[in-house]
Every structure is written in structure tokens, then in C-alpha cells.
Design a protein around this ligand. Sequence first.
Ligand code: BJW
Length: 225
Amino acid sequence: MTKIVILTGAGISAESGLGTFRDTDGLWSQYRIEDVATPEAFARNPALVQAFYNLRRDTAARAQPNAAHQALARLQRDWRGDVVIVTQNVDSLHEVGGATDVLHMHGTLAGALCGACNHRWTAPPSMAPDEPCPACAAPAARPDVVWFGEMPYHMDEILTHLASADLFASIGTSGEVYPAAAFVQDAHASGARTIELNLEPSAVTSAFDDIRIGPASEAVPLWVD
Ligand code: BJW
């Protein structure tokens, strides 16, 4: 039975009202990456970093899944083989749209992580710059997301899935950030066919066998159904 591994990025949630990172009106047109998405930035200015994530947590809580999230959930439910969804997104729109067992390789806005003792818990809607850890009381709580220079989550599991994939699909991601940008090569190495669905070709588009250009809310249902 065919096994499908799907990688999603910010583009799949764009039509749900969540900004992408690198598009002209993206999240980082208002913030510099190095000011909000590195451990050094958090050490330097926790108030700015917490404010950036508090705002995104608030926006994400009010967002609804779109036709692309729903189509992938349908595919996962109806396909006779395995459908593994790996997302770089920290929102929970795949799950709200009905998907199960989503691998969040860059963490989630819903999670908090203690920088002192590594305890994890559900993030409050708004986190203070000196938010205390409920386990060790250190004022070191941070969003449980993966910043540049940190190891993405679930890597062993993801690479194992890619090694047995028959089809790899990449949806709404720019191909600028590794290791996710190299998954197409990992999938090829294991003999999978590969397809990119995006509003415009990604930085790694030449590595794919096939490409479908269009907004995710149209391109993904067309591909799935
Ligand atoms: C639409 C659409 C619509 C719009 N419909 N589409 C190898 C080479 C070079 C560098 C490195 C390398 N390996 C590691 C690095 C360093 C670094 C890196 O990649 N740097 C680059 C800048 C070069 N990587 C890391 O540090 C990573 N860690 C790591 O590598 O650890 C060591 C390791 C070694 C070996 C194996 C494994 C690990 C960690 C990266 C962490 C990234 N974190 C962020 C923040 C997460 C928290 C948060 O959300 O705030 O993750 S950065 C940001 O970028 C976020 C995203 O998940 C990620 C990817 O962005 P995405 O989703 O692609 O969004 P955009 O905005 O870039 O693109 C949007 C796309 O949507 C576009 O293509 C549009 O066309 C499309 N689109 N509207 C369809 N309607």
C-alpha cells in the first residue's frame, strides 16, 4: 500500500489569516529573524520575543482551518495506506481540521518549555518575559518552538517515515530552512516520487518530480480529490 509523507509550511495556513514568514507582507517584514527566532534573541530581549509569540498565539487561536487542511485530513482518513503529516507550523490548524498524529517539527504555540529544567506544559494565552516554570520555579519559561540553531523535534521518526515513503508532497513552504528543505532529497534517495504544491516555486523546486502552482485552498483539494 502506498505510503504518503506530507510536509507543510506557513503557506498552507496563509488563507486562514496566519502570516507567512518570508512573503513581502510576512511576519518578518515587521520583525528581524535574529531578534525573535533564536535562543540568543530570547536571552537578549525576552519581552520582545514573548510579545511576538503572544500576538501569534492570540491570532492562531482565532484562525480556522481552510480547505487545504480539511483535504489533508480527508486524505488521512480515507487513504488505504499511511498518510504522515509533518508540519513546520506552530499552529494547530491541521488538528482542528481533523488530522491526527501530526508531527510538529518546529514545536507548537500551545506549548511552554522551561529553559532551566526542560519541563513542558500548556502555555497560558499570554506569557510574561519572566514567566515562572511550574516545576522548578525558574523564571525561564519560553514558547515550546524550535529556533535557529536548535534541533527540530521528531527527526528520527520523520527520517524513518521518509525512508519508507512512496510519495512525498511539500505544501506551502519556501525551501529556505533546513533540515525540512532537504526532505525532498531524503525522499528521492528512498525511491519516492515527489511533488511540490505552492503559490510560487520554492528554493528547492528543481528537486521535485512534479509541481502544482496555486493557492493551497485550491491546489491541495484538487490534488487530494
Ligand atoms: C502559499 C500561499 C498560499 C504563501 N498557498 N502556498 C543546511 C544548509 C544551510 C543552513 C542550515 C543547514 N542545516 C541547518 C541550517 C541552519 C538553519 C537554517 O536552515 N538556516 C537557513 C536560514 C539557511 N536551520 C536550523 O537552525 C534548524 N536546526 C538545525 O538544523 O539543527 C541541526 C540539525 C542538523 C542535522 C539534522 C537536523 C538538525 C532549526 C530551524 C528552526 C526554524 N524555526 C522557525 C521558527 C519556528 C517558530 C515560529 O514559528 O516562530 O520555523 S523559522 C521559520 O521558517 C519557521 C518556519 O517553520 C520555517 C519555514 O518557513 P516556511 O514555512 O517555509 O515559510 P516561508 O514564509 O519561508 O514560506 C512560505 C511559503 O508559502 C512560500 O513558499 C510561499 O510561496 C507559500 N505561500 N501563500 C500556498 N496561499
